[in-house]
Design a protein around this ligand. Structure first.
Ligand code: SAM
Length: 210
């Protein structure tokens, strides 16, 4: 999708993907990954996700990347967090309370900016990207992780042509294929999900970068 697509969604508050509650699969599976709470968690395409609060409550520092400044500002406002803003390379950086939200394009984030991350949480990031960007996103994500990085990935699948994406359906087999050469991937669970009113399924994977 073009950045304008997402900027327009945020401007018009059409953010049906945003949940006011912590994601149940995050709550259920994160602790089992055994991630050191000293690890900063990278949250690509973070929106204003409450899941970042859950991770911070666990003790992790959180770094999110998000195109929309509306989302970043709302995250700090809605969670009553102090925030300071400055420019960090290509990004407007919002920081406070153990969170850093970088406003800009995830593809502009290199390991030279904040180093490589030891933990990653992807809910609705992979599935927000069209099929043509998926592999570049995965190649890019690799450059931001270190060997031994642990994380959780939540994806969606639904019948072909059942709705107009995003979100894009990413079947389990495709997830396994695109992660296979750089991660140990474990399918932790699957469940029914409604996607824009359509019956689909949600899958949660644990990952460990080789
Ligand atoms: C489907 S939403 C998911 C948001 C969040 N992960 C959640 O669970 O609520 C995808 C988000 O990615 C942002 N986004 C899309 N493309 C991006 C890019 N190339 N770089 C950074 N953020 C992007 C959008 O603005 C949108 O907020």
């Amino acid at each position: 999708m073009e950045p304008k697509f997402w900027h327009d969604k945020w401007k018009s508050n059409q953010i049906g993907f945003h949940e006011e509650v912590f994601h149940p699969l995050l709550c259920r599976y994160w602790d089992a990954l055994g991630i050191d709470t000293a690890a900063t968690v990278f949250v690509p395409l973070c929106g204003k996700s409450k899941d970042m609060v859950w991770l911070r409550d666990r003790g992790h520092k959180v770094v999110g990347v998000e195109l929309s400044e509306i989302a970043a500002q709302a995250f700090f406002d809605e969670n009553n967090l102090p925030v300071e803003c400055d420019q960090l390379g290509a990004f407007k950086r919002y920081r406070g309370g153990g969170y850093i939200l970088l406003c800009g394009d995830v593809f502009d984030l290199t390991a030279a900016v904040l180093g490589r991350f030891a933990a990653v949480y992807d809910r609705a990031a992979l599935i927000a990207l069209p099929p043509g960007s998926r592999r570049s996103y995965i190649r890019h994500l690799q450059t931001l992780c270190r060997s031994g990085t642990l994380g959780l990935l939540i994806t969606l699948s639904y019948p072909p042509d059942a709705l107009s994406p995003p979100p894009f359906a990413v079947p389990v087999e495709e997830v396994e294929e695109i992660y296979a050469n750089w991660c140990e991937l474990t399918l932790l669970g699957m469940g029914a999900a409604r996607v824009k009113g359509v019956a689909g399924s949600e899958s949660v994977f644990g990952l460990c970068v080789r």
